[in-house]
Design a protein around this ligand. Structure first.
Ligand code: SAM
Length: 429
């Protein structure tokens, strides 16, 4: 119901809008064109929507009487809902105000309707899509507001960023720094942690592991084939290391020594390798103390369709070296040809990702349940997943923070989905 009231009778309090912004401009426009949408009040004359318009008329135009729309029979929650909905849809909120109001509205709606739980269909429950529909926005942009609003509570400095996108970038950076701080403060505890994901340089991190404590090493070092200079690589992999032949072979040489030290007296090592560097890698492993099978094992990459016609034969296999320390028998007899499907591109989180089934087979062959497996060039974390499936513990080291973040998410998702006991490791997403 629309009616004329005295401005002195209207009450305005507890507003979303605490920055009145360009209130003079609004007053000018009202003076010139009149008011199209009068402020909305409840029966007690409390402003529900249109607080800025009201302030412009009362404080700038000094009107003593104005028109308002009176909403009848509204409770406290409905009033707040209306107020938030209207405020959010206005274009002149600062980004900080907009996301605070979006979060409040979303939480209010959930309190009224109950939360929608992924995978469980209960009619009438409230989710992000419903909030997005209410305020005429996309689900993605509302999700971003909700994440940012929470982020600001944890890191208030984000609010100083000029816009939401910069703020999101800052939030990701701060979150990543916090993860790295947490991880670097942790000592590797192979007794406690079921899946231990470590961000750092493999040489430094391997040095923290006690000698003779690991049952098996399965790893896939940089290939030393100039990947860092290859612009054709998928966006899923971040090459943050020097992949020149010299650097890689030196890294593998030093790493072989550390792996020999941490491996148990009777244990095995499997190391993927570029065919071009086969003999240098055998040499490095032997120099470290391993006995090495000079005939590499082969992963025959099944699936992936027929290659296009061209001038060369695209490779459909990879090789890996098998080495051992002491004399531990393998758990079963098998040939050195391993036939396993490639990881479909759409499912990859790392361009060099190995199939978990292949790694499971290797782990099953050369370790026992409860043993610890190390992968010091972890990439996607496929070794951690394979080890967990086979009830082994895993220590997976990855140097690149970007690859590490993807690995962490990937492994975490697996652990949550399969309900694997994670000991003291990664917290839920
Ligand atoms: C060939 S990829 C491993 C892919 C992995 N096998 C998988 O299935 O996802 C090698 C990985 O080692 C990482 N890396 C390179 N230098 C490293 C170092 N010094 N310490 C630890 N990780 C390193 C790279 O960032 C890269 O992700």
């Amino acid at each position: 119901m629309r009616k004329k009231v005295k401005t002195s009778d209207v009450k305005i309090a507890n507003r979303v809008r605490y920055d009145m912004g360009k209130i003079e401009e609004l007053a000018e426009s009202i003076e010139k064109f009149g008011i199209i949408h009068p402020p909305v009040v409840d029966e007690e004359m409390n402003i529900i929507a249109g607080g800025r318009r009201f302030t412009a008329m009362r404080d700038i135009l000094k009107l003593e009487e104005i028109e308002v729309d009176v909403l009848q029979n509204t409770d406290e929650i409905t009033r707040r809902e209306l107020e938030l909905e209207e405020n959010i849809q206005r274009k002149d909120l600062t980004w900080q105000e907009e996301l605070a109001a979006t979060k409040e509205l979303h939480e209010l709606k959930i309190a009224i309707h109950g939360p929608r739980v992924k995978g469980i269909e209960v009619p009438g429950r409230w989710g992000v899509q419903d909030t997005a529909d209410t305020i005429d926005r996309t689900k993605g942009s509302v999700s971003m507001d909700l994440k940012l609003a929470e982020g600001i509570e944890q890191y208030p400095e984000i609010a100083d960023e000029p816009n939401k996108f910069q703020a999101m970038k800052k939030l990701k950076q701060l979150e990543e720094e916090a993860i790295l701080r947490e991880l670097s403060s942790r000592e590797v505890d192979i007794e406690q942690d079921y899946v231990n994901l470590v961000q750092g340089d493999c040489l430094e991190e391997l040095r923290k592991i006690p000698e003779n404590s690991i049952a098996l090493a399965v790893t896939d070092p940089p290939w030393g084939v100039g990947m860092d200079k290859n612009s054709q690589l998928s966006r899923k992999t971040t090459i943050e290391y020097d992949d020149s032949t010299e650097e890689s072979l030196e890294l593998i040489r030093l790493c072989a020594k550390e792996l020999y030290r941490v491996l148990a007296e009777d244990s095995h090592l499997f190391m993927f390798c570029a065919i071009t560097h086969l003999y240098s890698m055998i040499q490095s492993l032997e120099d470290a103390g391993f006995e090495v099978d000079s005939i590499p094992a082969v992963w025959v990459k099944e699936g992936g369709g027929s290659p296009a016609k061209g001038f060369s034969l695209p490779s459909a296999y990879e090789i890996f070296l098998h080495a051992w320390k002491g004399r531990r028998e393998l758990n079963s007899g098998r040939s050195n040809v391993f036939q396993f499907n490639r990881v479909p591109s759409a499912q990859k989180v790392h361009s060099a990702q190995k199939p978990e089934a292949l790694l499971e087979e290797i782990i099953e062959l050369a370790s026992d349940p409860g043993d610890t497996v190390v992968d010091c060039f972890a990439g996607s974390g496929a070794t951690a997943i394979a080890a967990a499936r086979r009830k082994r513990k895993a220590i997976c080291i990855e140097k690149s923070p970007a690859n590490f973040a993807r690995m962490r998410e990937h492994v975490n998702e697996f652990l949550i989905q399969e309900g694997v006991d994670r000991g003291g490791e990664v917290e839920e997403a």
